[in-house]
Design a binder for this molecule. Structure first.
Ligand SMILES: Cc1cc2nc3c(=O)[nH]c(=O)nc-3n(C[C@H](O)[C@H](O)[C@H](O)COP(=O)(O)O)c2cc1C
Length: 288
């Protein structure tokens, strides 16, 4: 039996669901499929596998930093077949390209690329009252994911798989947003600009437990303190039951960009959304 490894990052659970279904497809083709969510585990040595998949949600129009790090940490892959899958709440643009390019540089052979929509948990949009791509991935998207798993297993034996070109580059306005959320700014500036209202923080530790990179520690009174290894998921602020965590990324500096994205996406007939109220760690739908 051939062995496949699917390494993915999923903070909200949607990428995990797609990874599971791709694995179901692979298993139907008699592959062993091992799954590893970077949020919880260290990936095993890829060199003991015959197929590698990397999956991630689009964050700020690119792959999350921990996924970029994983791809960069890979050894030479010597024509190892590999596939990439991506979830996106609004626009993915060319977010998969850096990972596909890194795989190619490592010598992997790309045998498939899958993308579908995932419920958009970006706190900036939720705070503006919009949940994009609600209930995605849908069952039909998951069925496609499973079929994709079967396909890549088959493509193993084919000589060539040609991806239909790279995804389209992001328009300038989104590229600017990507630049304003680059890694240097995250580690040097935004990571340090999380604030907690110490008076009303109950030191419940939820933010510490949710942080996918272990970037939140506690001070002597149990209040959160952020380090420099933030991927920007904003789940600390999103899930806080007291709503005492704030960050630059949803503050006045970014609000015009977020409002412009919301305007664009909410008028786009190819994207669905519901109106919501986000309060004290919960998102409540107003319709639909
Ligand atoms: C911090 C953050 C940034 C995001 N940025 C984008 C983006 O630039 N483009 C997009 O289409 N979706 C974006 N999304 C939506 C995610 O790609 C979508 O919610 C995905 O399904 C989440 O995957 P998960 O549930 O596995 O964590 C963002 C979500 C979060 C939380």
């Amino acid at each position: 039996m051939s062995r496949s490894l699917i390494v993915y990052f999923s903070q909200g659970g949607t990428t995990a669901r797609v990874a599971e279904r791709i694995a179901t497809g692979l298993r139907a083709e008699r592959y062993q499929a091992d799954l590893c969510n970077l949020k919880d585990e260290q990936p095993p040595d890829v060199q003991t596998y015959e197929l590698l998949g990397i999956g991630f949600p689009v964050y700020y129009f690119r792959p999350p930093f921990n996924v970029i790090d994983y791809a960069n940490s890979l050894p030479k892959l010597d024509r190892l077949p590999a596939f990439v899958f991506v979830l996106h709440g609004t626009y993915r643009f060319d977010a998969s390209n850096p990972i596909c390019q890194t795989l190619a540089r490592r010598g992997a052979r790309l045998v498939g690329y899958f993308h579908c929509r995932g419920e958009d948990f970006f706190l900036g949009y939720l705070k503006m009252g919009y949940l994009f791509s609600p209930d995605h991935p849908t069952e039909s998207e998951l069925v496609e994911a499973e079929a994709f798993g079967r396909q890549v297993a088959g493509r193993q034996v084919e000589e060539q798989y040609f991806r239909q070109g790279d995804d389209q580059p992001a328009p300038i306005i989104y590229r600017l947003q990507r630049l304003l959320t680059n890694r240097w700014l995250f580690s040097q500036i935004y990571s340090r600009m999380f604030k907690v209202d110490a008076q009303n923080c109950t030191a419940c530790r939820l933010c510490v437990e949710l942080c996918p990179t272990g970037n939140i520690k506690e001070d002597e009174s149990g209040r959160p303190v952020w380090g420099r290894n933030c991927v920007g998921c904003l789940f600390c602020g999103m899930k806080c039951p007291e709503e005492v965590i704030s960050s630059t990324l949803t503050g006045p500096l970014f609000r015009p960009g977020i409002a412009s994205n919301v305007r664009q996406a909410s008028r786009d007939p190819s994207l669905d959304h519901v109106r919501v109220i986000h309060s004290r760690g919960h998102t409540r739908r107003l319709e639909g």
